[in-house]
Ligand binder design. Structure first.
Ligand code: GDP
Length: 590
């Protein structure tokens, strides 16, 4: 028998536990005598009977189950078995949904008829679509407290309809109930003759229970096994059907291959369908790894560099702009940066208010930028859903709304010709490293000072998270005496310049120690990295150096000083400080 997992949610005290208990009671889940036992106990203590106490007898057992398994309660009808996901701590449920540990096919939302929509009703209605629950049945409960009023029911129903339209949740049915007494739960009510619709249980039975998802083929590669000469891609068919002989394209590489064989047990020639876990072999070897997504050629997923998404945040520690997280979409993990928050959604008004960080339980529209290609579909396709991990824990999740940059698009363009190879731009590097690439060219100083200064400055930058390198042009013998100046007419300085420029292009802060640079060498080096070159002259501490020991340059110390971008003092502590300030300003992202 197929299991149909359904999550029960609702504002606290609106009657969720009572409704679940009533459903279990009226479908014969509880052993005979259990209710009588409760009734007697209630009588003895002179308190009204709370049938939700029936659930408590299971609570202990459930609490001991270490797992995520919120679905230890089932009830059966002739048609199917329902797994009840009771979401008291909705946070846990949400975590399980986004991490794939739970998979509710529908929700029952309980709303108190007298109170109307509660804050949690609104939050859940917003949240459910974000975790992949797209339809819900609403029980307008405690109808006895509003005198079974058809008008009150209609008013709450209208409010719900408006809410569901706003959140994109499908309202499969609304049912007026009295959970406490069982009206319209598993059996019809005689107290609301104006209601001609199904009971809650009937409404559940009417929901399509096939878990098969339509839409274009999606196969997220979970792993690749090698057996003899064969490589078997293992994964889940997320949508569509896959048959031997079909040509598939794999994202993000776009490599193509035909399915040679579908590997499963027991073997069969039937096409693999959504929901099935299979292995497959390909007709020729291509490079495919875990996290890649196979599709049919005309209907690939998006390969994105950045997406706009609706996310929810669960962690106690707020999520701030600029933070790095791991985004898991399908089987793919990519580090993403929270680039922007366009607004946190106000639960009451659905308006977006500006914020720089997401607090616990916030739901917001954001921009996420991948440090690698994101392979996604747009909501409501299944591959639009993702979880956000902070460290090893699920911190939140969400759905992809739009792609704002294709991963293979040239800078600034939203769309591009997919035949172009991908390109990592200076902007990409700057965003990852947090600074611009730069060449800092040091000359002058008292013998040995420039290399020491370079080392200090590099260490300070590096340990603050920068990408750095030191390029030294000239060997120095022990004791600080210079070796003979390069006799190769500046070839060494130009090699240095080229190496430093390549490093700067790769996003690095390259500190060059090349005292023997001529005017022409410096001009050459500067031209290689337009706008990213600092010519630093270190003023000599010792007269001997200032007098111009032959370091190969064609300039006098005075000429050198006037040509340099900056002249800094040859005092070890101060020069490090000054130079760092200079570099930070020049390398700052802009
Ligand atoms: P939960 O917090 O949503 O799980 O709410 P409970 O199921 O614990 O119910 C809260 C209170 O509402 C309890 O005292 C229930 O007996 C009461 N209750 C639940 N359903 C009904 C109902 O249909 N009518 C009335 N009058 N009270 C109800």
């Amino acid at each position: 028998m197929r299991t149909f997992p359904v999550v029960f949610t609702g504002h606290v005290d609106h009657g969720k536990s009572t409704l679940v208990s009533r459903l279990l009671l009226d479908t014969g889940y509880f052993p005979d005598g259990k209710l009588t036992e409760l009734e007697r106990a209630a009588q003895r203590r002179g308190v009204p009977l709370e049938i939700s106490f029936l659930l408590d007898s299971f609570q202990v057992e459930r609490d001991q189950a270490i797992t995520i398994d919120a679905t230890r309660i089932w009830f059966c009808t002739a048609a199917r078995r329902y797994a009840v996901i009771d979401a008291p701590g909705h946070r846990e449920f949400v975590r399980h949904m986004v991490s794939g540990a739970a998979d509710a096919l529908a929700a029952v939302v309980v709303v108190d008829a007298a109170e109307g929509l509660g804050e949690q009703t609104r939050r859940h209605a917003l949240l459910l679509p974000l975790v992949g629950v797209t339809r819900a049945i609403v029980a307008v409960n405690k109808m006895d407290t509003v005198g079974f009023s058809a008008a009150r029911y209609a008013a709450v129903k209208a409010e719900l309809e408006a809410l569901f339209v706003q959140t994109g949740l499908t309202l499969a049915a609304t049912v007026p109930t009295v959970a406490r007494d069982g009206d319209n739960v598993a059996r019809p009510s005689t107290r609301m003759p104006w209601y001609g619709g199904p009971s809650l249980l009937e409404a559940l039975e009417l929901l399509d229970g096939s878990q098969a998802r339509g839409g274009p083929v999606r196969f997220a590669v979970h792993d690749v096994y090698r057996r003899d000469e064969e490589r078997i891609l293992v994964g889940n068919v997320g949508a569509g059907r896959i048959q031997a002989g079909a040509t598939l394209t794999f994202a993000p590489s776009r490599d193509r291959a035909r399915v040679k064989r579908i590997v499963r047990f027991p073997a069969s020639d039937e096409p693999a369908v959504a929901g099935e876990a299979i292995g497959m072999t390909l007709d020729h070897p291509i490079f495919v790894g875990p996290g890649d997504v196979a599709s049919e050629i005309g209907t690939p997923p998006q390969i994105a560099a950045a997406v706009k998404a609706t996310v929810f945040w669960l962690d106690r520690v707020p999520l701030a702009i600029g933070e790095h997280l791991r985004m898991r979409c399908g089987t793919r993990d990519v580090t993403v940066v929270l680039d922007a928050i366009s607004g946190a959604i106000d639960i009451e008004t659905f308006e977006e208010r500006p914020t720089a960080a997401l607090a616990r339980n916030d739901i917001a529209q954001v921009t996420l930028r991948g440090l690698g290609p994101l392979v996604v579909d747009l909501h409501p396709a299944p591959l639009a859903r993702f979880a956000l991990y902070r460290g090893d824990a699920v911190g939140g999740g969400g759905i992809v709304r739009t792609v704002v940059a294709r991963s293979d698009a040239p800078e600034g363009s939203a769309v591009n010709d997919s035949s172009l190879p991908p390109r990592v731009t200076a902007l990409d590097r700057m965003r990852r490293y947090g600074h611009r690439g730069l060449v800092v060219w040091l000359t002058g100083g008292t013998a040995g000072d420039a290399p020491a200064l370079a080392a200090h400055v590099e260490a300070a930058l590096f340990f603050a998270g920068a990408v750095t390198a030191v390029v030294v042009a000239e060997e120095r013998a022990a004791g600080g005496a210079r070796l003979a100046a390069d006799a190769d007419d500046g070839a060494a300085a130009r090699r240095c310049a080229a190496a430093a420029a390549a490093l700067a292009d790769a996003g690095c802060i390259a500190i060059v120690v090349a005292p023997g640079a001529t005017r022409a060498d410096l001009a050459y080096a500067r031209d290689l990295v337009p706008g990213a070159f600092i010519d630093v002259r270190l003023r000599a501490r010792l007269a001997a150096d200032a007098d111009g020991v032959d370091d190969g340059t064609d300039m006098s110390p005075a000429e050198r000083e006037s040509a340099a971008d900056v002249v800094i003092d040859d005092d070890p502590a101060r020069s490090t400080r000054e130079l760092l300030a200079l570099i930070r300003a020049a390398a700052a992202p802009r």
